[in-house]
Design a protein around this ligand. Sequence first.
Ligand code: 6PG
Length: 246
Amino acid sequence: MAGERDIIAVADAAALATAAADRLLARIAENSGRIAICLTGGSSPKALYELLATDPYRTKIPWDRVHWFIGDERFVPASDARNNMTTARGLLLDRVAPASHIHPILTDVASPDESAARYERELKSFHGKDRLDPARPLFDLVLMGVGPDGHTASLFPGYPEVEETTRWVVGVPKANVEPFVARVSLTLPALASCREMLFEAAGEGKRAILTRVFSGERLPAARAHSNGRTVWLVDNAALPGNFRGN
Ligand code: 6PG
């Protein structure tokens, strides 16, 4: 239900990638028309991207119907390995997706603000509406990760961009964690406009922040939710003690 979060525990990082890939296929199966998927950066989704590029996933995805977006970008050139869409392209998209279905956040423009304004225009044009409507979500699926400070996408705790209620995409002049480069990020309302928001968190290093997020602290990752379903896929090493055995 909207606003609620489902926590699904899996054995390890490999099982997590498989579970995420299966959820992505299930969301695709629910939509017989044009599909929009919003990818994420960081290291957590890499195994998923690799998996989707291999069979059976690769052949099951109707590539001609799926469009690929990115929830946040580091403001570095596309040639820089830290660029989130470059990572997704290298592991997945450039092998299988039509080039016109890949929608990067541009970083070869004057500023993160300009990049944000352009991406917002692109999203609005793709959506065919310039207002978000809970009855007609922008994305079928939004992938997310969580950082050690509780950020998600490039929405950092205490930053004004987290409070944005009107814009769909914002420039973020300074990052709170590495890499310390400016960012461009979708806002909480734009990210919420999806049938499913799917977080991936694996490894012991995530347990401390998951404890804080799941205990209800008002961190960006805890405030991020879908207008549809919000699912956290967490492996056993990352799962806080009080959620074990549920
Ligand atoms: C980014 C991300 C960011 C990421 C988290 C988790 O640009 O860095 O989109 O929000 O999802 O920081 O990163 P890891 O998966 O590397 O732990």
